[in-house]
Design a protein around this ligand. Structure first.
Ligand code: CP
Length: 359
């Protein structure tokens, strides 16, 4: 198994995501979590199974007591230099479920980065005190660079990318897949389903990561529905083409609703407008939103998803419909992140064995 200590950063960064995959493992299991292409179908299935085990165990006092001992010897650093509610809190809750203590930096104006400390030195500092670093950054690829840096120190702790620039949000994609697994468990699973992405797809890192994870499933059709200028990146479409996946681009959302098994709404990511010199005020939000009337055209077994935060893309009146699964999707983030952290530290088997002994 190759290691990040054996390759220079410049050479590593030139590799394809498929070539990088093995560098991110340790002892044969996932160590750094940096991008969606790291995960194969077996990984998604075993993470989903473990998340479900944890979810059920957490319902009882005895189960929670066991879970809280699982990683009570480990500490996690939550380093979020970009705003977050769900990702931050679900990682925090996942750590608490597993008994990990946490530290946090959520605003670099309160850390020594304000005094000019480099990101590299900051991350190395975190690794001196913690056993895992979960990081969100506005800089694409930063988590990957930091994973290489840390791997080449005497404290090579794992890094989880909790959202990087406009490129990837792999753990959001894991919770999205877990939500799809649960939603379709009685209708044949994810294989063969039609998944529709709607909104600002050009800057939606959750869509990019989920689209790539869906390549692990057979005969899935992906629709990308966005106004001109906001379509999904050509790199994702090239990945779909290489994989022989079915996809279609459109700007007409409402007429396509009846075709979807899952609709994944997204907001306009206008926080990037300034750096891109664009004005998303012109984005026709009405054409890319879902209202109560649209429920009539949605298949009975379809699901409506959103990574959140939402603005006007889904009318809150839709929340009461059983097909609106976005609140469950959000909660799934806590379970799948707990499963991921337990897997990184090789403690998944221990949870499985405990659950099996208590049946
Ligand atoms: N879905 C998501 O990443 O939400 P937050 O930005 O609130 O973490």
């Amino acid at each position: 198994m190759p290691a990040l200590t054996e390759i220079r950063l410049e050479e590593y960064l030139k590799l394809s995501q498929a070539e990088k995959r093995d560098y991110l493992k340790r002892d044969g299991r996932i160590f750094h979590v940096l991008f969606a292409q790291q995960f194969g179908r077996d990984d998604l299935e075993s993470l989903g199974r473990l998340a479900t085990r944890i979810r059920f165990m957490a319902k009882s006092r005895e189960g929670m007591s066991f879970l809280r001992e699982t990683l009570s010897d480990k500490r996690a650093m939550l380093y979020f230099s970009q705003p977050s509610t769900r990702t931050f809190l679900s990682f925090c809750a996942a750590c608490q479920i597993l008994g990990m203590t946490t530290g946090e930096v959520r605003d670099t104006s309160t850390s020594s980065e304000f005094k000019g400390e480099s990101r590299e030195d900051s991350v190395r500092t975190f690794s001196s005190y913690f056993d895992l670093i979960v990081m969100r950054s506005e800089i694409g690829g930063l988590a990957e660079r930091m994973a290489w840096v840390l791997s080449n120190t005497e404290r090579p702790v794992p890094i989880i990318n909790a959202g990087s620039g406009k490129d990837q949000h792999p753990t959001q994609a894991l919770l999205d897949i877990y939500t799809l697994q649960r939603s379709f468990e009685n209708t044949g699973g994810i294989d063969g389903k039609t998944i529709m992405f709607v909104g600002d797809l050009a800057r939606g890192r959750t869509v990019r990561s989920l689209s790539l994870l869906l390549l692990n499933y057979r005969d899935v059709k992906q629709y990308f529905i966005a106004p001109p200028g906001y379509q999904i990146g050509s790199d994702i479409l090239e990945a779909l083409e290489r994989a022989g996946a079915r996809y279609e681009l459109s700007s007409d959302f409402h007429s396509l609703i009846p075709e979807a098994d899952a609709i994944y709404m997204t907001r306009v990511q206008d926080e990037w407008d300034k750096s891109e010199g664009r004005a998303s005020g012109q984005f026709d939000r009405g054409r890319y939103s879902f209202g109560v009337e649209d429920l009539k055209r949605l298949k009975q077994k379809a699901v409506l998803m959103h990574p959140f935060p939402r603005r006007t893309e889904i009318d809150p009146a839709v929340d009461h419909d059983p097909r609106a699964v976005y609140w469950r999707q959000m909660r799934n983030g806590m379970w799948i992140r707990a499963a991921l952290i337990a897997t990184i530290f090789g403690r998944g088997k221990m949870i499985d064995e405990h659950a099996a002994s208590n049946i």
